[in-house]
Design a protein around this ligand. Sequence first.
Ligand code: PHE
Length: 435
Amino acid sequence: MAAVGSAVGLGNIWRFPYEAGQNGGGAFLLIYLLCVLVMGIPTLLAEMTLGRMAKTNSVEAFRRVSKHPVFSRIGYLGVLSCLLILGFYTVVAGWTFQYMWESVSGGIVGGTTEQFAQSFVDFSTSPFQPLFWTLLMLVFTHLIIIGGVQKGIERASKLMMPLLFVLLVVLCVNSLMLDGAREGLLFLFKPDFSAIDSGVVLSAMGQAFFSLSLGAGVMITYASYFEKEVNMPRTATTVALLDTSVALLAGIVIFPAVFTFGIQPTQGPNLVFVTLPNIFAQLPWGSVWSFIFFLLLALASITSLISLHQVVTAYVEEEFRVSNRKAALIVTCAAGVLTVFASLSLGVLNDLRVGGMCLFDLLDFVTAKIMMPVGSLLLCVFMGWRLEKSALLNELTNYGTLRWRWAKVFVVVLKYVVPILVTLIFVNELGVFKF
Ligand code: PHE
């Protein structure tokens, strides 16, 4: 459940639709699904295996299993990824609070597409309001990490994550009845192979790793708490299946509406926040639906934020031998500085650019499209080549008590398929070779 909580979040509902919209829809979806199947599930399983084997934080896990000077350092990359992701993820999570607030204060009903678009731009580029929500989100995450409301959040997410799923299904049915349903579904499900280029492939791979929280040490950390009876192949498959279904549902909610209300699918991070108000505005009791939806989305973001924060906190705590509270505070402050700049980079600091990207976009790009794939590649090489094969298989099959017929395929995928595919996709994007 915790692993699903980490995986399901803004990555599925905010990032998936906008990446699909920017990368040609159907073609992107197809490659994304392939990436989840061929690279995502095996990497997820590899992280779980390492985590349960080492039973410690994600940096120490590599060290404990390998004394090699290079391999033992792979974990640092994941910790850094988590910190950088916190930098922009918290900002978007904060936006969900603003939309909850707007649902209550009447901002969602009765607007036109242009008004919704304008009001999102006005809000996200203004200096103070988004910052306020972002920092509130961060404080909230902090309190959960230091244990204050842990029980509460556990109970809340057990109830609310399934509710989010149900609400998405309801919204799907609604979207399927919109005028633009056919066009939207064709966009999402009919691959236009001429739209595929190296950027689309890189984006789809990045989305697969991002959405499953891979290559950042999250699943290593979570699996360190697994019991020895846990059936990891089944757990990994279930997590991937649930995560992917939520993304698909989000796509089916968003794209029919995009074509109905004349929204550009390519508009990037704004997409979902402009489309959803249009959907709620045409529903009876629109502001109530809207409030519930953004509340559930906020919760889904929090369960992901916790996992990001926890990876860094667990590392700081054990590495520098400080208390959990102190470690959490250090991480919250570091993330706080990043989020402030990331949030401002959409407005007043928008001119500060690296490689044409403002800080917000840069953090998203560097983590999802570079660091997480590299982290996953290194992990697979580590598990496939460094680790004794018997140790790997023993852990995977719970010391032979579990029969899993894909075990041999899994080893081959770790050793060859993931490393080669990730490398090819990078090389292709860099333009050294064009495939
Ligand atoms: N997988 C999360 C989501 O889809 C984001 C995340 C990435 C969480 C990496 C933890 C680590 O929202």
